[in-house]
Design a binder for this molecule. Structure first.
Ligand SMILES: Cc1cc2nc3c(=O)[nH]c(=O)nc-3n(C[C@H](O)[C@H](O)[C@H](O)COP(=O)(O)OP(=O)(O)OC[C@H]3O[C@@H](n4cnc5c(N)ncnc54)[C@H](O)[C@@H]3O)c2cc1C
Length: 402
């Protein structure tokens, strides 16, 4: 695929740059730089979402009829590259990336009208209730039970590792609606319209990096309308699998990888290696940087193809597993190089210094604030969205027919 930009694409890139110059304020950029996890600065991500929505740019991957941009694959990629290169804060995008495409495909007209415009506008925030204690890789074994009572489902059970359950106001959730037949055949996909629904409680889990991002969620007779089910009853497994393709492959990894690699290169240019000279001039280190860069470029080719398919309305398919493996493993390599480049500056643990508005002098350069948390947080990237071992199983079975 030819990645050289056409004059139209160059004009588009300039338009994006102008927009970022005018709208991405310094405090939003600071939040972007200081975010080590998925959303350390959730509020900044929300503000950025609203700014993009006002311009009509919050849903680059959605079709125009649902409030998307209608951009080509190249334009979406350019937009992503420009945003990561200028430290735009990450948006907690489970609505935009995951449940939105699912509602488009399986939702009723009423469900589309109710949820899609509010997701695009950034007015509602979803979290994902799939995993349970004992049901992660073996997701079909999930036990959280939903029983019909009048117009409602009554839900009992628990979900775990629920990212952002403490900041979200909606949840999409897999529940068991039948115990007959194969485990996959008794699952339904339901939406919960408020995280303060009576009987629903959220307990924090603080991660290795010191961040509160994930939670355990408990359901004690939680009611949600039967009308909130997406797709037919007991057909939730098909819906769930469709969503997972978007979770793994609905967006490009490489814009972030390019930006992170540039950060490491900058640090290596500034920091001294043992003895004389800059770290960037040290052969072993430079070789590993170059290797990481080649991996990013190879992945970029696959991603451009997938983005192009997505813009034609195709879903990613098993290539999303390939992208997930490559993207997460390359990210971990870059994190490793980042910690190594900063050496002892990566060691101090100053979580409060990463908060927006905290401008007290710290003992480390700004990159040192996030190097170790990024390294620690991204250990989970080969586990979440389906572990990489499971992705390899999917490739073996579905792509290679083994
Ligand atoms: C930071 C983080 C955020 C998360 N966010 C969410 C969220 O928002 N919503 C949500 O629903 N879930 C979330 N998860 C859960 C995530 O999807 C699961 O952790 C993941 O699917 C693995 O499941 P598990 O933790 O139960 O591990 P297990 O399934 O018990 O696996 C343990 C180990 O065994 C390996 N393994 C298991 N089965 C096989 C097999 N058949 N072949 C080869 N190896 C195998 C796995 O690869 C893994 O290394 C999150 C997890 C993390 C760490």
């Amino acid at each position: 695929m030819d990645l050289a930009l056409s004059p139209q694409d160059e004009a588009f890139r300039d338009e994006v740059r102008r927009f970022l110059d005018q709208n991405l304020s310094e405090d939003l950029r600071e939040a972007g730089r200081k975010t080590a996890g998925v959303f350390a600065e959730f509020e900044a991500g929300q503000r950025w979402h609203k700014v993009l929505a006002k311009r009509g740019w919050s849903a680059p991957n959605w079709p125009k009829e649902y409030g998307g941009t209608g951009w080509s694959a190249t334009q979406r990629y350019i937009f992503s590259r420009e945003c990561t290169a200028t430290d735009a804060p990450r948006i907690f995008a489970m609505g935009l990336r995951m449940v939105g495409p699912v509602i488009m495909k399986f939702g009723t007209p009423e469900q589309k009208a109710k949820y899609l415009p509010r997701i695009v506008a950034g007015d509602i925030v979803f979290c994902q209730g799939y995993s349970e204690p004992g049901s992660g890789s073996d997701l079909a074994s999930l036990k959280t039970r939903a029983v019909v009572d009048g117009d409602d489902y009554v839900i009992n059970g628990t979900k775990i590792w629920t990212t952002g359950a403490h900041v979200a106001d909606h949840m999409f959730c897999l529940v068991r609606t039948s115990t007959e037949g194969k485990p996959q055949d008794g699952i339904s996909f339901v939406l919960i319209d408020s995280m303060t629904t009576p009987g629903l409680s959220v307990k924090p889990i603080v991660t290795l990096a010191g961040d509160h991002e994930v939670n355990q969620v408990f359901f004690d007779n939680v009611r949600t309308p039967v009308a909130n089910r997406i797709g037919p009853e007991n057909a939730g497994w098909t819906v769930a699998k469709y969503l997972l393709e978007f979770e793994r492959g609905g967006d490009a990894y490489t814009p972030n990888l390019h930006a992170r690699l540039e950060d490491v290169r900058r640090i290596a240019r500034e920091e001294a290696a043992d003895g004389a000279g800059r770290l960037l001039g040290e052969r072993g280190f430079a070789e590993r940087l170059a290797e990481a860069e080649m991996e990013i470029q190879a992945l970029e080719m696959i991603e451009m193809q997938v983005l192009s398919d997505l813009s034609k309305g195709k879903n990613p398919g098993t290539v999303s597993s390939q992208m997930k493996i490559r993207g997460s493993e390359t990210l971990q390599k870059i994190d490793h190089l980042g910690v190594e480049a900063l050496a002892w500056y990566a060691a101090p643990f100053e979580p409060e210094a990463r908060l927006l508005g905290h401008n007290e002098p710290t003992v480390v350069p700004e990159a040192g604030l996030t190097a170790a948390p990024l390294y620690l947080n991204n250990r989970a990237s080969t586990i979440y969205a389906g572990s990489n071992e499971i992705q390899r199983n999917i490739i073996a079975k579905a792509a290679l027919g083994l």
